[in-house]
Each structure stands twice: as structure tokens, then as C-alpha cells.
Design a protein around this ligand. Structure first.
Ligand code: NDP
Length: 444
């Protein structure tokens, strides 16, 4: 049996029921076959893949807090410190009822390669909780965040592990956690990113993942003799990534006609009015269906189905496995020619394979959404230097980083005779740097 197949079998056997983790490992290992097969003897002897697929450390803890009725609630908290080969652990915290160890491990594993692609010195980690901030009062969210940080603070630090936001963790949650960290440690350091601008946050961090997605999409289109201007775009989700992907796509002259949340989607033939979406989602913390009340040209449809909307370009920006094989078939039947993943692993394996077979341009999340973590690393640099860069400065650096990621991904794909296979290119380019660092540092 090949080393790759052997490792995949071991990962499944050693981590039963962590299906999303298995999926992420399989996708990465499959596209690394050509690199691993060439070095099989050496990698086997060094147990390179065993080390790469086993987190350096998993922290799992209890998070008790008191709700507004005086009832004690208990959630699970996690931090997976996956790989510090190329820098301190870096990756977001997700607060969502679906969170479990397998989901955090899949996200942490993906993060290793994504962070490597940015070219910045950051290792891979991820964390979170099954806590659901939706429908909670600010006081309840603060109580939860303070309790979560009361345990987590022991394991993180500006030079060891620097968490950020993810689903359910935005500026409010980061603020409450940062306040509690400072109170417990009595140091003012850049231990979290995505902070508010008044206490060490970076301009353009909020926009970074969505903007970065559109910057790399634009590079991919240009390289394939296409342009974003005038294209019809569908963006799933209406959170942080989705909103700023829409903003940048509109700035490039695209027409975005649909967005969604976990309840349903809106279709607006006139093009999405993003001010309305921002007011609903960023100010009122409301539901996407309220858009149709505010904009007569829009239609709201309950449930999934956003991928049946006709478009040229699809940007899945909500969550994992939200775009399945049927969705991919519907998109392509409607003329979609490019997909770029704003979310982490939003496209199922079957859908990804189908999209690639059909020669549709496809940029995987670990390259396409790396602008968020890259700008988090820029926030870390500003904190260390006690400086704040302008919006334009950060945005220009983000743009350069995304252009470079595209170049690295396209180059790796070509070097291994798989031109335009950006899934393989992203995995190979990310892997090469991590492996070099692991080999140099000995058996650790
Ligand atoms: P937000 O919490 O801001 O928004 C998430 C959006 O996705 C919401 O509209 C939410 O709807 C929807 N959503 C979440 N879960 C589901 C689900 N199970 N089914 C359908 N819709 C769902 O998160 P972000 O925008 O920050 O993150 C979105 C994705 O991007 C995630 O995969 C995340 O890991 C990834 N990402 C985020 C980065 C960042 O900088 N924030 C960086 C890199 C990747 P509802 O409100 O109804 O739950």
C-alpha cells in the first residue's frame, strides 16, 4: 500500500467519527501524491505524514457561564495547536452549535497549508466552542467569552498562539475575550487579532478575507483571459467574509444577485444593495429575509437553493460542505465558469471533482480565503512595532499577498504537470515550505 493510503487509513482508524477531519486529510494527501511518492522512503523513515496529521497539542475544556435567567450553562471549549513548524499557532475561534473536535481539527489542518501559502511566519491552529451567540444578550455573550478566556489564556500568547475570529466570533466577541485576557495576564499584547481599532486592531482586517478572495479571483480570471467586470455573481452567506466579498466584487464592476444565511436566500435581479445587508447583519444582527422587506425588487426563498440561481461566478462564503454535487451540476448547467471558496471546505469532495472534470476554474479556500489570516499576521506585526498602518497600506499589502499566492499556486500546479489544477497547486505549495521547516528542525 502506498504511504499516502496507509496514512489515510491510520487517520480514520485513530480519529473515529471525525468525518470532516478525514475529508480534509484525504483531499490534501490525494493531491500531494506526486510529491510524496517521489520522496516516499525518506518521508516514511521520518514519519513525516504521521507527524503532519497529528496535532502538536489539543486542549479541551469546560466553559460554565450564567444566562440571563440565572441558569448555569455549560459548553465545550477547544484549541487545537496543530503545527508550529513555520511560526506561532495562528487560526480563528468558531462559536457555533455544530462545533466539535473533528471540525476544529479539519480547520486547524487546513490552516497549516493556508498560513504557509501567505509567505508569513505563522503556524496552524484553530479553536472554538459549541456555544451559539445567536439570540444571546450582550451580557450573556460577555459572560461566555470571559469564562472561555479564563481557561484559554493559559495556553496562548503573542509569541506562542494568536487566535482570531471565525463563524460566530466577530469584533464583539474578540473585544470581550481580549479584555479578560488582559485582566488575567496583566499584559497588553497582541494575543488576539481582529481587535477593535481603538485597542490595537488593524485597519482592513474586517474586509480582508472577502477582499482577498476577490483579489485572487481576479488574478485567476486574468490569467485565463477573463474579467470580473460585468459578470453575474452569487455569494452564499451574509457574514463577515460574504459581505466584504460582495463589496469588492461590486467595486470590480460585477453584479452580485444573491446572498443567504442559514434560513434561506435572497435574489435581487437589480443587484444586491450592500448597505441594506450591512444594516441587517452588522447593526441589527437580523435575518437575510428582512432584505426583501426593504427592497421590493428582491425575492426571499426559504431553505437551501442559492446555487440554483443563474450566475457566471459562485463564491461560497458560509460554511463547510454547503455546495454539494447537485449544486455543482446546477451551477454549471446555468453557465457558471468559476468558483472561488471564501469559506473553509464549502465544496464537497464529489462537487470539487465534478467542477474540476468540467474544466471550471476552481480556487480552493486555503488559497482563496488566506487574506484574512495574512492580514491578521499584519496586525501582529503592527502590534509588535507599536504602529498602526493606514487602510491603504494594509490593503496594498493584502493585494500583493493574494497576487503572490496565486502565482505560487499556479506555479506548483504547472511544475507537477497539472496546469490550472489550483487544488493541487495550493496543497503542494503550502506543503513544500512546511516540510522544509519540519525537516530542518529534526524529530519534534
Ligand atoms: P460569520 O459568522 O460572520 O458568517 C457566517 C455566515 O454563514 C452567516 O451568514 C451564517 O448564517 C452562514 N452559515 C453559517 N453556518 C451555516 C450553515 N450550517 N448553513 C448555512 N449557512 C451557514 O462567519 P465568517 O463570515 O467569518 O466565516 C464564513 C466562512 O469563512 C467560514 O467557513 C470560515 O471558517 C471562513 N473563513 C473566515 C475568515 C474570517 O476572516 N472571518 C477567514 C478565513 C475563512 P447564520 O447567521 O444564519 O448562521
Amino acid at each position: 500500500m502506498s504511504y499516502v493510503d496507509e496514512i489515510y487509513e491510520k487517520v480514520v482508524a485513530k480519529n473515529p467519527s471525525e468525518t470532516e477531519f478525514h475529508q480534509a486529510v484525504k483531499e490534501v494527501l490525494d493531491s500531494l501524491r506526486c510529491v510524496i511518492d517521489k520522496n516516499e522512503e525518506k518521508f516514511r523513515r521520518d514519519a513525516l505524514l504521521e507527524r503532519l496529521t497529528e496535532p502538536e497539542r489539543i486542549i479541551s475544556f469546560r466553559v460554565p457561564w450564567v444566562d440571563d435567567k440565572g441558569q448555569v450553562q455549560v459548553n465545550k471549549g477547544f484549541r487545537v495547536q496543530f503545527s508550529s513548524a513555520i511560526g506561532p499557532y495562528k487560526g480563528g475561534l468558531r462559536f457555533h452549535p455544530s462545533v466539535n473536535q473533528g471540525i476544529i481539527k479539519f480547520l486547524g489542518f487546513e490552516q497549516i497549508f493556508k498560513n504557509s501559502l501567505t509567505g508569513l511566519p505563522i503556524g496552524g491552529g484553530k479553536g472554538g466552542s459549541d456555544f451559539d451567540p445567536k439570540g444571546k444578550s450582550d451580557r450573556e455573550v460577555m459572560a461566555f467569552c470571559q469564562s472561555f478566556m479564563t481557561e484559554l489564556f493559559k495556553y496562548i500568547g503573542a509569541d506562542t498562539d494568536v487566535p482570531a475570529g471565525d463563524i460566530g466570533v466577530g469584533a464583539r466577541e474578540i473585544g470581550f475575550m481580549y479584555g479578560q485576557y488582559k485582566r488575567l495576564k496583566d499584559v497588553y499584547e497582541g494575543v488576539l487579532t481582529g481587535k477593535g481599532l481603538s485597542y490595537g486592531g488593524s485597519l482592513a482586517r474586517k474586509q480582508a478575507t472577502g477582499y482577498g478572495l476577490v483579489y485572487i479571483l481576479n488574478e485567476m480570471l486574468k490569467d485565463n483571459n477573463k474579467a470580473l467586470e460585468g459578470q453575474t455573481v452569487v455569494v452564499s452567506g451574509s457574514g463577515n467574509v460574504a459581505i466584504y466579498a460582495v463589496e469588492k466584487a461590486q467595486q470590480f464592476g460585477a453584479k452580485v444577485v444573491a446572498m443567504s444565511d442559514s434560513n434561506g436566500y435572497i435574489y435581487d435581479a437589480d443587484g444586491i444593495d450592500l448597505d441594506i445587508v450591512k444594516d441587517i447583519k452588522e447593526v441589527k444582527r437580523g435575518r437575510i429575509k428582512e432584505y426583501a422587506d426593504a427592497k421590493p425588487s428582491a425575492v426571499y426563498t426559504e431553505g437551501k437553493g442559492i446555487w440554483t440561481v443563474k450566475c457566471d461566478i459562485a463564491l461560497p462564503c458560509a460554511t463547510q460542505n454547503e455546495l454539494n454535487l447537485d449544486d455543482a451540476k446546477a451551477l454549471i448547467a446555468n453557465g457558471c465558469f468559476a468558483v472561488a471558496e471564501g469559506a473553509n471546505m464549502p465544496t464537497t469532495r464529489e462537487a470539487t471533482d465534478y467542477i474540476q472534470e468540467q474544466k471550471i476554474l476552481f480556487m480552493p479556500g486555503k488559497a482563496a480565503n488566506a487574506g484574512g489570516v495574512a492580514t491578521s499576521a499584519l496586525e501582529m506585526s503592527q502590534n509588535s512595532q507599536r504602529l498602526s498602518w493606514s487602510f491603504e497600506e494594509v490593503d496594498a499589502k493584502l493585494h500583493d499577498i493574494m497576487v503572490n499566492i496565486y502565482a505560487k499556486v499556479a506555479d506548483a500546479a504547472s511544475r507537477y504537470d497539472m496546469p490550472k489544477n489550483y487544488v493541487a497547486g495550493a496543497n503542494i505549495a503550502g506543503f513544500e515550505k512546511v516540510v522544509e521547516a519540519m525537516e530542518a528542525q529534526g524529530i519534534v
